[in-house]
Design a protein around this ligand. Structure first.
Ligand SMILES: Nc1ncnc2c1ncn2[C@@H]1O[C@H](COP(=O)(O)OP(=O)(O)O)[C@@H](O)[C@H]1O
Ligand SMILES: O=P(O)(O)O[C@H]1O[C@H](CO)[C@@H](O[C@H]2O[C@H](CO)[C@@H](O)[C@H](O)[C@H]2O)[C@H](O)[C@H]1O
Length: 462
């Protein structure tokens, strides 16, 4: 067992989903679950599928990771495979589960047919949400920069594609990605993919002797094939100088639609003095972390605090459930359907307990406004042919059109909340500075420049 943990500890730091970049994990085994014996995997005798739940005690608070592995005889493995985790005992090799059909078929079976995976004081319960045919579906791992691991299941003829997201970091409670998107899809919103099923886990609670915790392990949705995400669409448009105003306007309207739906499906509440205080505390704590990790921000500390103080002195709209980490990469452009939103998990750097609370819908508006600036910033970083001023003008146009689309559909007058929106934009840029310094240090210049610009003279809304 120890050697399995040692294999995982050596391998995890190289994985995109591992959050403590640059540091070896200090792993404790919390539990594991094996798929039900009814799934296809049971018939493959030389593959053993096991999903480990391991806590990294080297971070505060500790992070609980979900790590599916497949053990196969070493003799049957291609040594050059990129998906080898290690060899815990002579003759056995552990492989990264999402790249092995024994795991991917077991996962799909649980999500679409139901059933229960089990291990010591650990279970994985499948909750099918829609009836789908899984005949002939073959899995591949979605490549790219992701906090989780997503598998796309499809047939050669393109029939029935499904995407199943395996949550890598586990938290108690229903994951907001499942909670919000399933509710929106069931209410008939065209702005999220259809829900197909999920897996709920129960594992030992490290905080209470003998206690257990229940939380989400995986979520499967309709996969929308052959579409581009809004980041790619916007980047192409900005690089070639194409007009993006109509698309940005429609994106603003779709965002407002989703906010209106969420406000109808989940409770809303007026922003109490306690809500304001806790938001201010979060803003200040985030600023302190950002200054510690990106010292250049220190020179702007007072100016940032002044923006926060101005926002605190204005009326706030009601709080409601929101997307929580809204940016262009979270939206797909789908022909004949319009903009479709994904990934309602909230900001990965924020504690889950905060992400599931009612929040300011303007936080999402601010997130998308920052994203238009990122388009310009990333083109600038890449040394593009287009003049910087032209790309900045493109971003300003997109910003205006998005705000108009949002205001038109929601009926909200954003000018009434411009101080609050400015503070949320600054807070998002502060978050991004932390995120980039940890994950993409060469991009940190984008949020840094934005902080300066935003505090020196707030960007006009329109
Ligand atoms: N239903 C879907 N249809 C098509 N593509 C999708 C779908 N869901 C996710 N994707 C693609 O997968 C990427 C990652 O998904 P996301 O939910 O944002 O994962 P993560 O939580 O790992 O960031 C998205 O940016 C999108 O390109
Ligand atoms: O998609 P995730 O939930 O993993 O979000 C995290 O990563 C994003 C980067 O992939 C990051 O977004 C930032 O970069 C985007 C361009 O790559 C840009 O469009 C966003 O506006 C910017 O915030 C996101 O902040 C982070 O939480």
């Amino acid at each position: 067992m120890d050697s399995t943990l040692a294999c995982l500890a050596a391998w995890m730091p190289r994985q995109r989903w591992y959050s403590a970049k640059g540091r070896q994990p200090s792993l404790r085994l919390v539990g594991w679950w094996d798929p039900p014996t009814t799934t296809a995997v049971a018939t493959e005798d030389d593959a053993r599928v096991r999903t480990f739940l391991v806590a990294d005690e080297g971070t505060l608070p500790e992070v609980l990771y979900q790590v599916p592995v497949v053990a196969r005889p070493t003799a049957s493995i291609d040594e050059a495979s990129e998906h080898i985790i290690g060899s815990p005992e002579p003759g056995t090799t552990l492989l990264d589960g999402p790249f092995d059909p024994a795991f991917t078929s077991a996962l799909l079976g649980l999500v679409t047919d139901g059933g229960q995976g089990t291990g010591p004081r650990t279970t994985a319960l499948g909750h099918p949400h829609a009836t789908v045919s899984t005949d002939g579906l073959v899995a591949r791992v979605l490549s790219g920069e992701q906090s989780n691991t997503s598998l796309i299941y499809r047939r050669d003829d393109g029939v029935g594609p499904i995407i199943c997201k395996l949550f890598r970091q586990l938290h108690p409670g229903l994951n907001p990605d499942i909670e919000l998107q399933s509710a929106l899809a069931d209410a008939g919103s065209p702005h999220v993919p259809g829900a197909i099923g999920s897996i709920e886990g129960t594992w030992p609670d490290s905080a209470t002797a003998g206690g257990s915790v229940t939380g989400s392990l995986a979520f499967a949705q309709e996969f929308l094939p052959g579409v581009e995400d809004a980041w790619r669409v916007a980047l192409n448009a900005a690089s070639s100088g194409d007009d993006f105003r109509a698309q940005a306007h429609a994106l603003g309207a779709a965002t407002a639609d989703v906010h209106l739906s969420l406000a109808g499906l989940f409770p809303t509440q007026p922003a109490t003095p306690e809500d304001r205080e806790s938001t201010m505390v979060t803003w200040r704590q985030r600023l302190a972390i950002a200054i510690a990790e990106v010292p250049a921000i220190a020179a702007r500390r007072e100016a940032v605090e002044a923006v926060y103080a101005r926002a605190a002195g204005t009326p706030w709209p009601a709080m409601q459930r929101i997307h929580g980490d809204y940016h262009l990469g979270q939206v797909l452009q789908v022909p004949d359907r319009g903009w479709v939103l994904l990934d309602f998990e909230g900001e990965p750097l924020r504690p889950m307990s905060e992400r599931v609370r009612p929040d300011l819908a303007l936080r999402d508006v601010a997130g998308m406004l920052r994203s238009f600036d990122y388009v310009a910033g990333s083109i600038g970083l890449g040394g593009a042919d287009r003049p910087v001023d032209a790309v900045r003008a493109w971003a300003a146009d997109a910003r205006r059109a998005f705000v108009q689309g949002y205001a038109g559909r929601s009926g909200a007058d954003l000018e009434d909340h411009s101080e609050l929106l400015a503070a949320l934009e600054v807070d998002k840029a502060v978050y991004e500075a932390i995120y980039e310094s940890r994950n993409r240090p060469t991009w940190v210049a984008i949020p840094l420049a934005a902080i300066t610009r935003l505090v020196d003279g707030p960007t006009p809304l329109l």
